[in-house]
Design a protein around this ligand. Structure first.
Ligand SMILES: [Zn+2]
Length: 682
């Protein structure tokens, strides 16, 4: 068979060929856009693209595999630090989840049964951005990035017709306004018609268009904007979120016309009505965002981790599909955990081609009796990893057998054990297991850790395979191999130089990121931040962790008393530092870095102070008091010691108040705490 469009014979395995084409086109795009160093001429590029398109036409089910083609990679944009972090939102899917979200707000605020008032806005499927105005002029625009730091896309944003260049006189001297850049469905279709590089969906098209190195290209694409959220500002704007949206509108920003004020009980009907209108809108949405309307309540609620407590994204129901389970791959993580992953016959689920799904763990596979060769029902909701819901036994091949979970590591062959009471089986190979070594390196370079541009999974695997990377410390000696890297296939001098520069740029790192990057079990982003805030400097942290190896030592007691760090986490940390090879790693790695001390919230009234709350507070719930103290730079611990600065005593305080008195620690009443924390008298 010959496909008419290209004259190229149909390959034996169209899926594999298409995957290869997608990869080669993406590499060509990266070289062209990111490195300004084309690796193929236009004719060769066009030939590959034509072949990919004819395959796409012959196999529409594979079309979405072209997803990655045309998404312009970044690398040349400057970084912008957001004055206030750009947060993500927690998701709910069911009415019951929304009810629980409201209940958690009431518990935090101690509100009793009072109903809550929300502003509901459709959740645009675009690219989040932050717009900074100084003296009422647009001076800077940035992507969300990791939430703390984004890419400077100011010049590209200036090309948006809908973006006000100046604000009226009543706007604050300094203000960050958050919103979403998106492409309408109509503009997306028009763009793809005239385009050599096809975009898979409007979201990719918007992202690719905004992150162009040449603003003229961005200008030629029609991008749209909705403004909807607050960043930092030199003075308050409005008293409710609803006011804020009205003010944005008056200042000339596009604000979604479907936004509405809704009561708690009105949320579900609103969710349904937007769901019904979804298909008719000229932009993609994937749910509705509900924000507490009263900005004073938003302030009190604050944040939990990366998400605000005062908002939630209620996503539309998950999409489902049937496909065949081709295999179950066992992946080995950085802590040795063996995780089963379903390999699927690729299937389109709600506009996205899915070829892998999670199977969670050994017990889950047994419970659902999922077998290789089964027809399985798959579910995909928003950006959550697709999951297998069930197998269809009536369509099961006659010769199928139950899946047997391996008891040896599929990578290094070491015994994989499952401690009693745990669901996870782990490889016992430790650092002799290449999978664990590679996964640790990938984690070390990842976005929330060292964030080294260009050191993704593929590069880490390649360098590890060459024997260049065993430990994270080796990353910082790669500069000695610059010429060898340049000589690798697919690299070249420009790419090698960029990688070395990207590594050098990360030799300075915050303590919290450094701790997270080490990949210690149970030390995720939040716990790394808690530790960094508590110990302030690398030197202190290291000394304390080694001392904490002795159970009952002061250092161990102090570690266990940090609010949020329980005994099992303390044990993991002590265990990590008890391993000589981990200490050796730190001894080699740290001298090549500058680890910044953690500075307590600047200007915070409680910066650097250690606080213990005890007894029942009358005007604040315990979580709110704790969140408030932390926002002002304090460390909150559970037990009183001579290092404690303040003990806040509520009603019925027990032994902690007595201990504070005996140690001479300052005791505060609830009213005194409120005044210290800048809260009005309760
Ligand atoms: Zn292993």
């Amino acid at each position: 068979m010959t496909s008419p469009a290209s004259g190229v014979p149909e390959p034996a395995d169209p899926k594999a060929r298409l995957a290869e084409l997608v990869e080669r086109l993406a590499a060509a795009d990266a070289a062209y856009y990111r490195d300004d160093a084309p690796i193929m001429d236009d004719a060769a590029y066009d030939a590959l693209r034509r072949e990919a398109e004819s395959l796409r036409a012959a196999h529409p089910d594979l079309a979405a595999a072209l997803d990655q083609v045309g998404a312009a990679p970044s690398g040349a944009f400057g970084k912008v630090r957001h004055r206030l972090p750009m947060l993500s939102l927690d998701n709910v899917f069911e009415p019951a989840d929304f009810v629980e979200f409201c209940a958690s707000i009431r518990r935090f605020l101690g509100l009793g049964a009072a109903p809550l008032a929300f502003v509901a806005e459709p959740k645009i499927d675009g690219l989040s951005i932050s717009l900074t105005y100084e003296n009422r002029r647009f001076v800077r625009g940035a992507t969300r990035g990791d939430g703390t730091e984004g890419e400077d896309v100011t010049e590209n944003l200036r090309t948006l017709r809908e973006l006000p260049a100046t604000l009226p006189d009543d706007a604050p001297d300094f203000i960050e306004i958050r919103g979403e850049v998106y492409m309408t469905k109509t503009d997306f279709i028009t763009l793809n018609q005239g385009q050599a590089r096809q975009f898979a969906n409007p979201r990719n098209a918007a992202a690719g268009s905004l992150r162009q190195l040449d603003p003229a290209v961005t200008a030629s694409r029609r991008l749209s904007l909705f403004a909807y959220a607050r960043g930092a500002a030199s003075q308050a704007v409005g008293e409710t979120h609803w006011d804020y949206l009205a003010i944005l509108r008056r200042w000339g920003f596009p604000v979604n016309p479907l936004a509405e004020r809704v009561s708690e009980a009105g949320a579900e009907p609103f969710q349904r009505s937007i769901g019904e209108r979804r298909a008719g809108l000229d932009y993609d949405i994937d749910g509705v965002v509900y924000k507490i309307d009263d900005l004073a309540l938003q302030e009190r609620l604050g944040f939990a981790g990366r998400a605000p407590r005062w908002a939630v994204a209620w996503k539309f129901p998950a999409e489902r599909a049937l496909t065949t389970l081709l295999g179950i791959d066992i992946q080995v993580g950085r802590t040795g955990a063996l995780t089963p992953r379903a390999r699927l016959d690729p299937v389109n689920v709600g506009g996205v081609l899915v070829s892998h799904a999670t199977l969670h763990n050994e017990d889950e596979i047994a419970r659902k009796d999922v077998r290789i060769g089964d027809t399985v029902e798959l579910q995909r909701a928003g950006d959550v990893i697709p999951q297998i819901l069930r197998a269809l036994p009536e369509r099961r091949p006659a010769d199928s057998v139950p899946f047997v979970f391996p008891d040896h590591c599929p990578v290094c062959g070491a015994l994989a054990i499952r401690p009693a009471g745990e669901v996870v089986r782990r490889c016992t190979g430790g650092l002799s297991c290449p999978a664990q070594v590679v996964e640790r390196l990938i984690h070390f370079c990842s976005r929330l850790a060292f964030d080294i541009e260009g050191m993704g999974e593929k590069t880490v695997q390649e360098f590890h395979g060459l024997g260049w990377l065993e430990s994270p410390a080796d990353i910082f000696t790669l500069r000695d191999r610059e010429a060898a890297i340049a000589a690798l296939e697919g690299w070249g001098e420009v790419s090698a130089r960029k990688l070395i520069a990207a590594i050098d740029a990360r030799r300075r790192i915050s303590l919290a990121r450094f701790i997270y990057a080490l990949g210690i079990r149970r030390i995720g982003e939040q716990n790394a931040k808690l530790l960094a805030r508590h110990y302030s400097s690398y030197a202190v942290w290291r000394r304390q962790m080694e001392e904490a190896g002795v159970i009952g030592s002061d250092a161990r007691l102090e570690l266990g008393s940090i609010s949020g760090i329980g005994p099992s986490i303390a044990e993991e940390l002590a265990g990590f530092f008890a391993e000589p090879h981990n200490r050796d790693l730190l001894d080699r790695l740290v001298p090549m870095l500058t680890i910044e001390d953690e500075v307590a919230a600047a200007g915070g009234a409680l910066a650097g102070k250690t606080i213990v709350f005890t007894g029942t507070l009358e005007s604040l719930t315990r979580p709110e008091a704790k969140a408030r103290a932390e926002a002002l730079g304090a460390r909150v611990t559970e037990s009183v010691s001579k290092k404690t600065d303040f003990v806040v005593v509520g009603a019925d305080a027990g032994s902690k108040a007595a201990k504070a008195a005996s140690l001479g620690v300052t005791v505060l009443s609830e009213a005194e705490f409120r005044s210290l924390a800048g809260l009005p008298p309760g």
